[in-house]
Ligand binder design. Structure first.
Ligand code: F6R
Length: 609
């Protein structure tokens, strides 16, 4: 999704702005731009990568001590230079008077645009953002802060903006409502960004702005005003989490690095866990968990699949009726509400617009309690839920989610066992056994990661295919879904996942000798059923690619390719089984030469609807 960087300093801030944009590239974008206030507003924009913009800027001697910059992921208007930010407004105060960058969506932009067109403003883009530039210009009363405070009250939707004005060359104003915006504090220089990652290496002193805040950024300091225009103090935090994240180390891509970071990410997520106690989830957790009689999970994409896996755990282990729903569907329907169902929102970023809206909607519908499973402590989702468990995956840069998924599963397993224990469904002996399994999980993951060379050999064959089927059963059906999502996202191979028992009800018609069928084969209670489903595939000539537990007695034969996993890992088995599927997607994409970390059309942290 889009990224914002802004800076006011004594030195030339263009290198800081461009470095910030590079650090935000991981979020996905299709155009970028930078503008400075140096004897008038000047800008450079490009539909190429930030490196290209940098070359263009270097050639023109573009410099200034106040500026704004942006990476754009198109929503309104195609990825074209005229739609790239910063947008400028010319009008009653002269040429290029106001410059704006914006994340999110201005929902009422059409009516404002009509009003401004009637006043003679010329629109050169199809974006919703341009109305903000013209509206600030039209409302300008000699003080940019006061003007922006007035203007944001007219905007509806979800947005973060950074604005500057030709007549106030040492000032950038920021505002947020529904999209993240942070302030970075330096010595005699201050910054704005949509994500602390953008400022890693520039400053580690970060203020997370709150909903409705407007900030006045100047060299000598920043002033923050709340939605009622009252000046407020927001505490700065030292944020060092991002310093190593950008470093690829020995890996070719962030996705590969993040797959291999999973043992560490799970160890960190389990830090301090001595038993399955409600306190892990927040001070009020014991009281809240005592009041719930069901669970409603809301999430999107990969996070939704971790929720699907958790449903199997929560129902079979904790005995709690559990529904899982895609947030973008839930938010627009009228569900039958059980107010005592615990709302569980799952999100890597904690800023996903659909999940946030579903959470708000669930509260409006009368759900009394909510918890976030989230990777970002300062995110809106963590702020808006009563309880939270923070996964400690560290910054996830690859667009395709990997370590966020396995750490979410780890957290959801902790939640399941805590609820099971409170409900008298976990003996002391079982608790100790599950704790041992959890502690051993990072080591077990290392042995799965060691299968990479075997997966690479399969990836060569997959790279030549245009379709693939993924099969799983029970607890591992969501893992098959996640495997198919990973493959389609980054290799662009069309992939579908089915519960293996469903094959004969339709998808079997697709099976030919050309169709690779990836099978997730843990040695659990359903293994014999799964073996029968595999026979159905073989009988139609389909090629099976099986990830089989070491003790499942499945061996290679004609048309049956097997990679042997460690022995069955019980309830935690999904966390092991997803890893070779991540590696398969990664190496297939590599063999096909796609842009693994920035797959086409996709973005990290989907902050628009
Ligand atoms: C897939 C992927 C997406 C995200 C989804 C939710 O690899 O990354 O499907 O899982 O956009 O994002 P979060 O977890 O940030 O809410």
């Amino acid at each position: 999704m889009c990224g914002i960087v802004g800076a006011v300093a004594q030195r030339n801030i263009v290198p800081i702005l461009l470095e910030g944009l590079k650090r935000l590239e991981y979020r996905g974008y299709d155009s970028c731009g930078v503008a400075v206030n140096s004897q008038g507003l000047k800008r450079a924009r490009s539909v190429a990568r930030v490196a290209e913009l940098e070359r263009e800027v270097e050639q023109t001697g573009f410099a200034g001590s106040a500026g704004i910059a942006h990476t754009r992921w198109a929503t309104h208007g195609a990825p074209a230079t005229n739609n790239a930010h910063p947008h400028f407004s010319s009008g009653k105060h002269g040429e290029n008077f106001i410059g704006v960058v914006h994340n999110g969506i201005i929902e009422n932009y059409e009516s404002i645009r009509d009003e401004l067109k009637a006043k003679g403003y010329h629109f050169e883009s199809q974006t919703d953002t341009e109305v903000v530039a013209h509206l600030v210009n039209d409302s300008y009363d000699g003080d940019l802060l006061r003007t922006v405070q007035k203007v944001v009250k007219r905007l509806t939707g979800a947005f973060a903006i950074a604005v500057f004005c030709k007549d106030e060359p040492e000032r950038v104003i920021g505002a947020r409502l529904g999209c993240p915006l942070i302030v970075g504090l330096g010595h005699g220089e201050n910054f704005l960004a949509s994500d602390a990652m953008a400022l890693a290496g520039t400053t580690d002193q970060i203020i997370y702005l709150e909903e409705g805040d407007v900030v006045d950024v100047k060299r000598e300091g920043v002033r923050i005003f709340d939605r009622d225009d009252q000046e407020v103090q927001r505490k700065a935090q030292t944020v060092t989490a991002y310093s190593g994240a950008i470093d690829l180390g020995p890996y070719r891509h962030y996705m590969q690095k993040e797959i291999f970071e999973q043992p560490r990410a799970i160890t960190d997520t389990l830090e301090g866990v001595q038993g399955f106690v409600p306190d892990l989830f927040g001070q009020r957790a014991e009281e809240v968990f005592g009041q719930i009689d069901a669970v409603q999970i809301l999430a999107c994409g990969t996070s939704y699949y971790s929720g699907m896996t958790a449903k199997y755990w929560l129902e079979s282990v904790a005995g709690l009726p559990t529904s899982v729903e895609i947030a973008s569907e839930y938010r627009y329907r009228t569900p039958a509400v059980n107010p005592n169902a615990l709302i569980v929102v799952i999100s890597q970023s904690g800023e996903t617009a659909d999940t946030l809206a579903a959470l708000k909607y669930a509260k409006e519908l009368g759900h009394k309690h909510s918890i976030a499973i989230c990777n970002v402590a300062t995110s809106a989702m963590v702020r808006e839920t009563e309880l939270a468990y923070l996964t400690r995956a560290g910054a996830e840069i690859g667009v395709a989610s990997t370590k966020a998924f396995t750490t979410q599963l780890t957290a959801l397993f902790l939640l399941t066992l805590t609820l099971a224990k409170m409900r008298g469904r976990l003996s002391a002996e079982e608790e100790q056994q599950q704790l041992r399994n959890l502690r051993h999980l990072p080591t077990a993951l290392q042995s799965v990661l060691a299968l990479e060379p075997q997966v690479i050999a399969w990836a060569e064959a997959f790279a030549r295919k245009e379709n693939a089927l993924f099969l799983g059963r029970g607890l591992h059906y969501p893992i098959a879904l996640e495997g198919a999502l990973k493959l389609k996202e980054i290799s662009y191979i069309h992939a579908e996942a089915y519960p293996a028992g469903e094959l004969k009800h339709g998808p079997l018609a697709l099976v030919t000798a050309e169709m690779p069928v990836v099978t997730v084969a843990p040695n659990d209670a359903l293994i014999e059923k799964l073996k029968s489903n595999m026979q159905e595939v073989r009988a139609r000539g389909g090629q099976l690619y099986v990830f089989a537990d070491g003790d499942s007695h499945i061996s290679s034969s004609e048309g049956v390719h097997v990679i042997r996993m460690p022995e069955h890992y019980g309830l935690l088995s999904p966390i092991l089984h997803v890893v070779p599927l991540q590696l398969l997607a990664y190496h297939t994409a590599l063999a096909r030469g796609t842009d693994v970390d920035k797959p086409r059309n996709l973005a990290k942290s989907v902050t628009v609807e």
